[in-house]
Design a protein around this ligand. Structure first.
Ligand SMILES: Cc1cc2nc3c(=O)[nH]c(=O)nc-3n(C[C@H](O)[C@H](O)[C@H](O)COP(=O)(O)O)c2cc1C
Length: 266
């Protein structure tokens, strides 16, 4: 196992110095048929590599851009009120992520609302007003500063929701899973947050994920009211995004050997 992982690591190291142009595939994949030409003097195709080598090469090659995207996603807290995309393109990213991110039993209970500019400010002002109402003066000042200078600072916010009428409907139909549906709701919601987060960052944005509505019914209500949403929509997170104004902070990693085990026989 170690040597396989070492090979993967070695491949990755080699790639990082040579594959910066492969993140956005612009040329025809090498496995597809060559474009037709008017001449018949094309070179004979190279012999196929041995199956095991091809398997390893394909595995690393095909997932490389996926892992580059995963590794490139970070939390950015310094954002400019700018985007690299049109609002229609942003909408398309959110729609594709909502459509294709899996949900348990394919119950499709996840929802999202994209807000930009003034509407984004209105959402965050609503949250600020409700959240600071019961806080001490110092605490309220800190909350307001964070919302104004960090959460509101980007171009937009994607608000994620679960339609609880759908989740509860499945729970009522299958009572033995009623509690599990709530857990699976959280799993599916997290997957959706992550997909939108990663896609936005691939497009040159920075983003940070916030959970100020979780555990606060007044904030849930405030968000629904300002956006005119159904009572059954429960906010699971808010993803603030914009063009980064500063790099992401340092990130420490625990030893991967402590977190991943491979068991090949027991
Ligand atoms: C489920 C989940 C909840 C999080 N909640 C918050 C949050 O409420 N506020 C925040 O600033 N960051 C939040 N984060 C961001 C994490 O702190 C961050 O992802 C982590 O420190 C790793 O840093 P990175 O995102 O730069 O890789 C959350 C991340 C996850 C996965």
């Amino acid at each position: 196992m170690k040597s396989f992982l070492a090979k993967l690591k070695g491949d990755k190291k080699n790639k990082s110095t040579t594959t910066t142009t492969t993140t956005k595939p612009t040329s025809t994949p090498v496995t597809s048929a060559p474009a037709p030409t008017t001449t018949t003097t094309t070179a004979a195709p190279a012999p196929a590599p041995a199956p095991s080598a091809a398997f390893i090469a394909d595995m690393t090659e095909k997932s490389e851009s996926f892992f580059q995207a995963i590794e490139g996603r970070r939390s950015y807290y310094a954002l400019k009120p700018e985007t690299t995309l049109t609002d229609a393109q942003l909408q398309s990213i959110v729609e594709r992520a909502v459509k294709h991110t899996p949900t348990s039993f394919n119950m499709q209970h996840t929802r999202a609302v994209l807000v930009t500019k003034d509407v984004k400010n209105k959402v965050w002002d609503t949250i600020k007003e409700i959240k600071t109402k019961d806080e001490t003066e110092d605490h309220a000042k800190a909350t307001s500063e964070k919302i104004d200078n960090v959460f509101k600072a980007g171009y937009g916010t994607v608000l994620f929701f679960s339609d609880e009428s759908v989740v509860n409907g499945w729970g009522n139909q299958m009572p033995m899973y009623a509690e599990a549906f709530k857990v699976w709701d959280a799993h599916a919601s997290g997957m959706l947050h992550y997909n939108v987060w990663t896609a936005l960052e691939l497009e040159g944005h920075g983003a940070n994920l916030q959970h100020l509505a979780e555990g606060s019914e007044p904030i849930q209500e405030g968000i629904r009211k300002v956006l005119g949403l159904p009572d059954s929509w429960h906010n699971s997170a808010l993803l603030n995004f914009g063009v980064p104004a500063a790099p992401a902070g340092d990130k420490q990693f625990a030893p991967i050997e402590e977190r991943v085990k491979v068991v090949t026989s027991a």
